[in-house]
Design a protein around this ligand. Structure first.
Ligand SMILES: CC(C)(COP(=O)(O)OP(=O)(O)OC[C@H]1O[C@@H](n2cnc3c(N)ncnc32)[C@H](O)[C@@H]1OP(=O)(O)O)[C@@H](O)C(=O)NCCC(=O)NCCS
Length: 217
């Protein structure tokens, strides 16, 4: 997707991103992956593809957090500002892009970033020869299911008691063929709508507004 003029960039996740990814991971999932798991995915798993969404420029943290204050009192540099707003990853195996994770900073949700990440992952999967995309999602996760449904994922099965924390069931959701005319025509339309939404919402705003997500209408 052409990101020119948008306030976000999408880039491959790199090892130095893991600390900030972990911050979002802990805020987003009851059973977060470990930093070690992310490092493994980035360094050793050739099937794995991870992306991050960043603001065009790093954002200052509004209030110094406990760790910043502690680091400062110990004479260490405060943690840098926010440079990752969300991330997503998939494994590509035998033509199947298995979306393994997607998360957005809680205070930046419902601004199109999750959708942008999903679009970027589906585009990358097609570039790499992916034929279909699939994933598991908690039966209670209405927000994520709605995002997937919007992008043509349909429920194809259930994994009973899939999640070890509490034994919640997982829905299995899968797309049609990613290169089919039916999928691509809906996908191109959704991308155009997303781009327009992001431009309309953010472009007229001064860059400073990005520092205060709560002031965005
Ligand atoms: C799921 C998640 C990544 C969505 O990211 P987001 O940036 O908030 O989503 P977007 O603003 O791009 O919304 C895109 C679509 O998602 C759906 N959606 C997002 N938030 C929703 C909500 N709170 N309720 C219902 N639908 C929602 C809608 O279909 C929306 O499209 P619309 O704007 O046309 O209604 C985010 O809620 C999140 O990080 N959740 C915690 C982690 C998680 O559950 N990941 C999924 C694991 S399977």
């Amino acid at each position: 997707m052409n990101l020119n003029g948008l306030p976000y960039v999408i880039e491959p996740m790199q090892l130095p991103d893991v600390a900030e990814v972990m911050e979002i991971e802990r805020l987003s999932f009851p059973s977060p992956w470990s930093a070690r798991a992310y490092r493994y995915e980035l360094q050793e798993n050739n099937l794995s593809h991870h992306l991050v969404a960043r603001p065009q420029r790093p954002l200052a943290k509004k209030e110094p957090g406990f760790l910043d204050r502690l680091q400062r009192s110990l004479g260490a540099a405060a943690s840098p500002g926010v440079s990752i707003l969300g991330y997503g990853g998939f494994w590509l195996m035998a033509g199947e892009a298995h979306i393994s994770t997607i998360a957005v900073r809680p205070e930046w949700r419902q601004r199109g970033i999750g959708e942008l990440l999903l679009v970027a992952m589906l585009e990358r999967a097609v570039e790499l020869g992916g034929d279909v995309a699939t994933l598991e999602v908690r039966v209670s996760n209405v927000a994520a299911q709605s995002l997937y449904h919007k992008y043509g994922f349909a429920k194809v099965g259930l994994r009973p008691r899939y999640y070890s924390d509490g034994g919640e069931d997982a829905l299995i959701m899968t797309t049609k063929h990613l290169t089919s005319a039916a999928f691509q025509s809906a996908f191109q339309r959704l991308k155009a709508e997303l781009r327009q939404k992001l431009v309309e919402r953010f472009s007229p705003q001064p860059q400073e507004v990005l520092d205060s997500p709560s002031t965005i209408p």
